[in-house]
Design a protein around this ligand. Sequence first.
Ligand code: NAD
Length: 502
Amino acid sequence: PGTTTLDLDTSSFKGSISINTGLFIGGKWCDPVDAHDHAEIINPSTGKKIMVISLASSKDVDLAVKAAHKAYKTSWGFKCPGKERGKMLLKLADLLERDADQFAAIEALNVGKPYHVAKAYDVMGAVEYIRYFGGWADKNQGNVIETNEAKLAYTRHEPFGVCGQIIPWNFPLLMMSWKVGPALATGNCIILKPSEMTPLSALKFAELVVEAGFPPGVVNIINGYGPVVGQAIAEHPDIAKVAFTGSTLVGRKVMEASAKSNLKVVTLELGGKSPTIVFDDSDLDQALKWTMQAMYANMGQSCVAGSRVFVHEGIYDEFIQKFSAMVQGLGQTAGDPFSANTMHGPQVSQVQFDRIMGYIDSGKSEGATVHTGGERHGTEGFFIKPTIFTDVHPEMKIVKEEIFGPVAVVLKFKTEEEVIEAANATTYGLSCCIFTENISRGIRVAHALENGSAFINSAQLVDHGVPFGGYKQSGIGREHGEYALSTYTQVKGIHVNLGIRL
Ligand code: NAD
């Protein structure tokens, strides 16, 4: 297996970053068994190749599963005390923080995120997440349950053993931390598959796993296409649990593969079409800024994107006028992700660019009005201007489907009841934002909306301690906080006979 050295000379980061191009299995770098599949990794700001990586097949998944089982039996799970697992996770977090500049540069290069945002949000978010779960590693407690005096009954929260983890391209490092943290804290070994488009931060991360001292085979990272490696993980008979983050379409396939193989436990973090609701008694200046954040952060490629904006009719005209001015301002910052002024980068790939432009065309042809944006930015890379559609109705594709790009639809409403019904009229249920200075109303509406998260007078501020996940077709299970531990452990009830005689 080889390495590629990236020499970067940008306004934010100067230096060389070497990246292994192979598979990380059993603590070592190796070539795929069938060493003929490769993927070109593309810089979305330019459309040009960054480097080439090796892709695995199901044979490599088999090897990774064997390595993970060996590690689990010999040196991980309850064989390694929680406080030791915790120390390794804390070290891993420290190492990631040490290398924050490199990781931010990788995310800027491979995903097109503004460098300063990648550093503050993606990299430092991953550091905090792993550190937080390092703290949980020795606090995974069962209960003693009162039964009768002749019996001691208690529970143990035991790891599954070997877990598969499949992640998307929108927050490669952050999504990896959401998977790795709770799985390792609870004593599981993992086989992680990054998106084939954005594997570079995961490959660099593998080096830190070695440096942090994790036994070989505890963490295995293998690149490959979804229908090949992802599918092989989902249907593997010796993987006990799979955690998936990605589209609802593929989430269904993962569940189906589990049902058809060994009924592995499946947790899913899927898509969304989240509502932002702005009442006429909101602090409009703040509501506008947060609505921008909710919708356009990460170029709209965020599962919690507040892509349906409901505005009360009493403030609609003022809102839309100020909102489009702000959105145009954001569009003017589009450019090189390494420039300190850039707030809006490219979409991740040509495929996503085409998909989003297809939705923009569909909105136009269904009669919606492009209020702002609605076209590509520049001539190079996959940039799309931040876009607002008005004059939309609930049956339009752009209102119903997840676009996963910088495209908002803005709708007018009259009453609280009406907006709750409209906001809930979707198959998704990931998140929502509510803006009002009437806190009773804010809480009432948050309770009525069918979403796994609700933000009152803010947006996007997920916290590693607060559960995160979807209602309806946005997912199954929760990440973050103590709730995440329960999705990586199975509960055993133990009955000790203290004196019952037959
Ligand atoms: P995707 O579903 O296309 O791919 C996600 C991962 O699944 C990738 O690693 C891919 O290679 C793999 N995959 C593809 N086909 C597979 C198969 N048949 N079996 C197993 N794995 C397979 O999603 P994406 O385009 O990478 O990401 C965008 C989607 O992810 C959006 O819908 C977004 O809302 C969702 N997302 C959700 C969350 C959340 O926490 N709820 C977070 C980020 C992204």
